[in-house]
Design a protein around this ligand. Sequence first.
Ligand code: KG4
Ligand code: ZN
Length: 345
Amino acid sequence: MARTDRTTTEPVDPELQVVLGIESSCDETAAAVVVGPTTVRSSVVSSQIAMHAPFGGVVPEIAGRAHVDRIIPVVTQAMVEAGVDGRDVDAVAATAGPGLIGSLLVGVAAAKAFALVWDVPYVGVNHLEAHLCAPSLDEPDVGPPMVALLVSGGHTLVVHVQDHGRYEVLGGTIDDAAGEAFDKVARFLGLGYPGGPAIDLLAVQGDPEAIRFPRAMLHEGYDLSFSGLKTAVIRHVRAHPDVDTADVAASFQAAVVDVLVTKLMRAARDVGATTVALGGGVAANSLLRERFLDAAVAEGMRSSVPSRAMCTDNAAMVAAAGWWQLQAEGPTSLSGGADPNLRLA
Ligand code: KG4
Ligand code: ZN
């Protein structure tokens, strides 16, 4: 939908619509200004990692309070860096789920307030859909149809993205998410929180073939399972207390990546996809990025890996998803709430 500009009566060209995005679903308070579906003018992320690290994971109560403290400064910084003020903004998008309810409500309430004051549409966005928009922020001509692997702290999904807003979930984890497995194993190994980056870093010094950890469900379908792998790591370390932690990290990471890449490429082949993409925080993993690119080349498929900043939670992807949703469905009602269990399809 094209809003009528407030200073002229001309409708704003959708490609020039300025969307303020707000993300607060977990432990990052983020705001971004994006023009049209892909031009990022600013993207500010205020991480709460230091606040949660002593607890070994995200503490919902602390997260919600920190979002309240940070949301206005973060939005202000994003607007200053983009060189825009409220009169330039054509829509405000915020993550409305899935995520921590107390955290989601902070971003949603802020977005509605800005939309109301500036008299522009509000758009409540699905966080998973936002992750799927991230590849096109770095490479604007990458987009549906494609098969994407969405791997984050809370989700692991193999998705056939038929078009913007049209998704078929082909497979997913039946227990832990990939990022959750990284975080739990890192915690067990005493590597701190968040575990993914710590394991990624340590694995460089280890031998990925030192320990042959299980690859659950490798040869069948598109579903995944990581809880057996986590248990295997714990058992191995307890049975071999002198084992080199770097070898454990490298062997664990190799097992996770092996399964992720195998499932993604199987799904892509089966639906006849010509483009494959990665999204979500775990897509920042060095080995996954390398193996994914190699596999796509081997299959003759086009591949897209977002920059690390666009893989982990940010608001530019929320603004982009908001733009697409606005074109397809129009604004979200200001009475719309937040849904901690929102699904993709
Ligand atoms: O998408 P995201 O920032 O937040 C959620 O929506 O969950 O993903 C966070 C997850 C955490 O589990 C973190 O350990 C993992 O992404 N992660 C990584 C890496 N960087 C972040 N996992 C493996 N390797 C990394 N380099
Ligand atoms: Zn996320």
